[in-house]
Each structure stands twice: as C-alpha cells, then as structure tokens.
Design a protein around this ligand. Structure first.
Ligand SMILES: *[C@@H]1O[C@H](CO)[C@@H](O)[C@H](O)[C@H]1NC(C)=O
Ligand SMILES: *[C@@H]1O[C@H](CO)[C@@H](O)[C@H](O)[C@H]1NC(C)=O
Ligand SMILES: *[C@@H]1O[C@H](CO)[C@@H](O)[C@H](O)[C@H]1NC(C)=O
Ligand SMILES: *[C@@H]1O[C@H](CO)[C@@H](O)[C@H](O)[C@H]1NC(C)=O
Ligand SMILES: *[C@@H]1O[C@H](CO)[C@@H](O)[C@H](O)[C@H]1NC(C)=O
Length: 424
C-alpha cells in the first residue's frame, strides 16, 4: 500500500513541471491533495516542528554554507475538494546541495496574528547517504494561506547549522486589477488576473472616505466567463473613486485601485448659492486637505483674496454667509500648493440681481431687478490714469422689490465713467 502511494507521488512529481508551466498561463495550479515531494531516490518524512528550535550549531568542516540552498521558490496553488470547496496553499520548493551532515530541512511560515506553522522534511539515512553530494529538490504545499495574506517563510537545515538560514516574505494573490479609462463614455474596463479561477469575482466602484461606500456600479464576473473583465460606468473621475474587487470566498480581502487619485481639480464643483439667504456653499465629495477662500477676479485674471474670507476644508459643508453675488466673485481652492479658481456667478445661473444699462439720446437708463427685496447703491465712478481704483463721484440709492424692475434715469453719459452697484 505504501509502495503504491509512493509511486503515485513520484508520478505526480515527474509531471509537475509540465502541468505547472501550462497552468501558470491560465492562473493558479489546482491540486487535490497536499503533500511533500522529494527528488527520486530521496526518501522523505514529514513531521511538525517548533519555531523555537535549539540554537544553531557550527557547520561541520567541508560544508559550504553559502551553497546549501540553491534556489527556494514560493508559489500559490489551489487545493479543491469538489468543485466549490477550494483553499489556497503555499508551495515551498527548495533546491539544496545534499551532504551527509544534512538530515533534512525545517520550514516555518509566520503570519502576523497567527501561530507559526513549522514542519521538518527529514531525509531517511540510507537515501541521504546514497545521494550525498547531489543537488536535490524538496517540495511541500501543505501550508494554508488566505487570499492576499502576507507571510514570512524561514527555511533552515536539520540540524540547524549557523549561517544557512533562508528567509523571504510572500504575499498570496488576491486578484490583480488593471483598467482602461474611456473618458468619452465615462467607463472603466476593468480586467482581473491572478484570481481564484473556480470562484466568481465581484467588482464595484466606491467612494473612499473612512470606508469605501458603493456608488451603484457593480458587476459579477462569473467563473465560467473566459474573459475576466467588466465595464463599470462612472459619473465623474473623482480622486476618491476606487475600483474594488474580491473573490466570493469567505472573508476574502478586497483589492482596491483608485484610477483618478491625482485628479484633485475634479472636486471643485457643486458650488451652491442661496439668493434668499445670501449664502454660498460647497461640500467636499472626497476627503481633501485644502483651503477655500473668496476672491475677486481682476481684469488681468488674477483672483485677489478677500479679507477674512478663508476656511479650512473639513469633512463638512463650507458656507460663506452674506455673500453679494457678482460675476467677479469667485472661490479659490488651494491644495498641495496649487490653486484652482471657480467663479459661480460668471454665468447668470445664481444671479440674485441684475443691472441693465441702455443708452437713450443724451442720457443712460439703468434698470435694476432683484430676486429679493433689496436696497442698492448705484455709484457713478471715474477711473483715472494714475489708479486702477474707480473713484465714486455720485451715488443714488434704489429700493428694489422682489421681481419688480426699477428704472433710474442718469443725466450723465457713461463714456469716461463706470457704474458701481452694491447691495447694501
Ligand atoms: C561556496 O559556494 C559558493 C557559491 O556556490 C562559491 O562561490 C564558493 O567558492 C564556495 N566556497 C568554497 C570554500 O568552496
Ligand atoms: C528557481 O526555481 C524556480 C522554480 O523551480 C525557477 O522558476 C527559477 O528559474 C529558479 N531560479 C534559478 C536562479 O535557478
Ligand atoms: C476590456 O478589456 C479586455 C482586456 O483588455 C478586453 O478583452 C475587452 O475586449 C475589453 N472590453 C471592451 C468592451 O472594450
Ligand atoms: C487652517 O489650518 C491651519 C493649520 O491647521 C491653521 O494654521 C489656519 O489658521 C487655519 N485657517 C483657517 C482659516 O481656519
Ligand atoms: C418686499 O416688499 C414688499 C413691499 O414693501 C412687501 O409687501 C413684501 O412682503 C416684501 N417681501 C419680502 C420677501 O420681504
């Protein structure tokens, strides 16, 4: 019985190279049973070990410590019992230079928050004496790992010879996401690789604050589907918009990529003005460290900060009260030593009041209309060559009722002077 099992193991070992290579291009290799496999002729045993082995001993003379371990490779295989019951296993493959002084190898896998998993793969005396001096291969794939788990792997000789320890960290795959952006149709074509082939895979878009909250776009890639990709539509390329992917395995961690994380400028939208209250407000859609200030746009395009009108952005809505809207009043957003200016009143959308000047023979007619009852001061001002400031020479006061326009006849012509209208 033992003999037959051994042959079966040898057979599976002999063909592994081929199977492994073929499986690599498709994804993870699938196994039915985990076990230890050793080079032909080397008889191995497996027994548990402890992470705390006795202190290392000096290697015997003639043992070249730097050439014992030739090549140690770590990979993930999937062990499936039945079609739907699969688990991930870490496969550790060690190539070593066998000498009579080496009785086996000890392999430990250490994962944060979990018990260390250690085992000794021992070589039967007769076979290790016979094969001394040869390069042999030892492989074990009985260590359970979970999707995207990070582990440290420590391989030592038995007995534990000083200076022959090999360590490495390994991260199990959890699916890798890649994407193409179609900015004309606002769609992301998301492709998944390195996923568990026998499980469905979820993809969704979410907005990342403390948690990533779903935005509605949600797709399931069925395990039968040959092309592991899906189209996810988005409405705006926000910096906190992320793609999340996860296998339908219990407790599978989620992989996240945020394609637009540098697109800060996309945040400065949705400025609102309430003409009744005179409040200008804006709410951040993504968490951002920035300062918002009110500013007045000059003719040269520079927006000059208004005094005492700057606020740090927190998670909450930003509100400026007692705002008198006019087309040059803008909001300046400053983040990462860069500034963006948005002028909500540049188009007539939020205009609370309006001035129309029409020329009649010898005089000008000023017509004021307002969405609320308000009083305006209409000043005649003159620009001199010395100063860019407009010097007010004469002021009229106008009371304007809601939705009723009021006219004012100016005796003067406005060729060298301007009108300066303010809501008082
Ligand atoms: C030990 O092995 C290394 C790597 O194979 C080799 O470069 C070195 O010369 C060897 N040292 C001795 C003393 O044989
Ligand atoms: C080490 O072993 C792995 C797996 O057997 C192989 O892909 C890799 O090429 C080997 N590396 C070297 C340096 O021999
Ligand atoms: C999405 O990307 C995948 C992989 O690059 C490709 O096979 C597929 O045709 C793409 N789908 C669309 C709709 O462009
Ligand atoms: C914004 O925060 C910075 C740093 O915390 C602080 O120095 C500054 O006074 C704050 N500005 C406003 C307008 O609150
Ligand atoms: C605006 O003024 C008119 C006339 O003085 C008054 O009847 C009306 O109630 C006022 N409307 C508001 C919203 O204050």
């Amino acid at each position: 019985m033992k003999m037959i099992l051994w042959v079966a193991l040898l057979m599976s070992h002999c063909c592994l190279g081929l199977n492994g290579a073929a499986a690599e291009s498709r994804g993870l290799e699938t196994i039915q049973k985990c076990g230890t496999r050793c080079s032909r002729g080397l008889h191995c045993t497996t027994k548990p070990d402890s992470l705390f082995s006795p202190p290392c001993q000096n290697p015997p003379e003639g043992l070249n410590t730097s050439s014992v371990f030739h090549n140690i490779s770590l990979s993930t295989v999937m062990r499936c019992e039945g079609r739907q019951q699969c688990s991930l296993h870490l496969r550790i493959k060690t190539q070593l230079q066998l000498t009579e002084a080496i009785h086996g190898v000890s392999i430990c896998t250490v994962t944060a928050g979990m018990m260390a998993n250690c085992r000794i793969l021992g070589f039967k005396r007769s076979s290790r004496e016979r094969m001394s001096g040869q390069q042999v291969e030892v492989e074990n794939d009985c260590t359970d790992i979970s999707v995207s788990q990070r582990s440290q792997v420590i391989v030592k000789t038995v007995p534990n010879y000083c200076g022959v320890t090999w360590t490495d960290t390994y991260q199990a795959p959890a699916g890798r996401l890649s994407y193409d952006v179609n900015s004309e149709t606002n769609e992301l074509n998301v492709s998944v690789s390195d996923m568990l082939e026998d499980h469905n895979y979820h993809l969704r878009l979410c907005l990342k604050h403390f948690i990533c909250a779903g935005t509605g776009a949600n797709k399931l890639i069925k395990k039968e589907e040959p092309v592991k990709s899906a189209i996810l539509p988005y409405s705006r390329p926000l910096p906190c918009l992320c793609i999340e992917g996860w296998s339908t395995v219990m407790d599978a961690p989620r992989v996240q990529v945020c394609p637009f994380k540098d697109r800060l400028e996309e945040l400065w939208f949705g400025i609102n003005f309430d003409p009744m209250e005179g409040t200008l407000s804006w709410e951040p859609t993504c968490p951002v460290r920035a300062v918002v200030a009110l500013c007045q746009k000059r003719e040269d395009g520079v927006c000059v900060d208004l005094p005492h009108a700057s606020q740090n952005i927190s998670r909450k809505k930003i509100t400026f009260s007692q705002v008198d809207p006019h087309s040059q009043l803008c909001m300046k957003f400053t983040a990462d030593s860069k500034s963006w200016t948005r002028c909500p009143f540049a188009d007539a959308k939020f205009q609370a009041w309006e001035v129309v000047v029409t020329k009649k023979e010898g005089h000008e007619d000023v017509t004021m209309s307002s969405q609320i009852n308000a009083t305006f001061s209409v000043g005649l001002c003159v620009k001199s060559e010395e100063s860019s400031e407009c010097r007010v020479t004469k002021t009229h006061i106008m009371h304007v009722e809601k939705h009723k326009s009021v006219g004012l006849k100016l005796a003067e012509e406005l060729c060298s002077s301007c009108l300066q209208v303010k809501r008082t």
